[in-house]
Design a protein around this ligand. Structure first.
Ligand code: NI
Length: 186
């Protein structure tokens, strides 16, 4: 296992579409996922997509540990996300490819997603709220989409430290709990 370098916004790899994984059980995919998990832990992130470590494969890893919402560490290979209804919610997100920055992003409130795990077994879940947000953020990476491209109010984009302060002082809407500089944390 190894900690891998993370691509930062501006690197062309982040704007590409990742390729479908032909065999989720292949040893190189297991190795990739192990490295992604180690990298995620090192960076204290919530989620990571393979393109962020310069690998063009449709693989994401994430977990959710936030109050009542708990989703164990999940590996999703070739994921597909479908919104369940039109409702959107706004919250701040961060991304390991945009260190120190945050912005307020609209996401579908309720989704279903399917994918494969490392043994090739089907994973199928419905998700709401933060869980749904994290999955949408990570799966966007696989199509070369970074969260600023989803933002509807560029005025809420900036350095997490400043935004945090402004939100706390009520000069910007919507309080981001926790550290907004981290991946997927609103
Ligand atoms: Ni990200």
């Amino acid at each position: 296992m190894a900690i891998r370098k993370i691509a930062r916004m501006g690197h062309p790899v982040l704007r590409t579409s990742a390729e479908l994984v032909a065999d989720p059980t292949a040893p190189e995919i297991r190795c990739l996922v192990e490295d992604m998990l180690e990298t995620l832990a090192e960076e204290r992130g919530t989620g990571l997509a393979a393109l962020q470590v310069f690998v063009s494969q449709r693989v994401v890893v994430f977990f959710v540990a936030r109050g009542e919402e708990q989703v164990p560490l999940t590996v999703l290979i070739n994921p597909v996300v479908e919104p369940l209804g039109p409702e959107m919610s706004l919250a701040y997100e961060g991304c390991l490819s945009l260190p120190g920055l945050t912005g307020r992003v609209p996401r579908f409130e309720r989704i279903e997603y399917i994918g494969l795990d490392l043994s090739g077994q089907r994973v199928a879940r419905t998700a709401t709220g933060f869980h749904a947000r994290v999955v949408q953020h990570e799966c966007d990476h696989l199509d070369g989409v970074l969260y600023p491209m989803r933002m509807t109010d560029p005025g809420t984009f900036g350095f997490a430290e400043e935004i945090h302060r402004a939100v706390h002082d009520e000069r910007l809407p919507l309080t981001p709990p926790g550290d907004p500089a981290r991946e997927g944390i609103p």
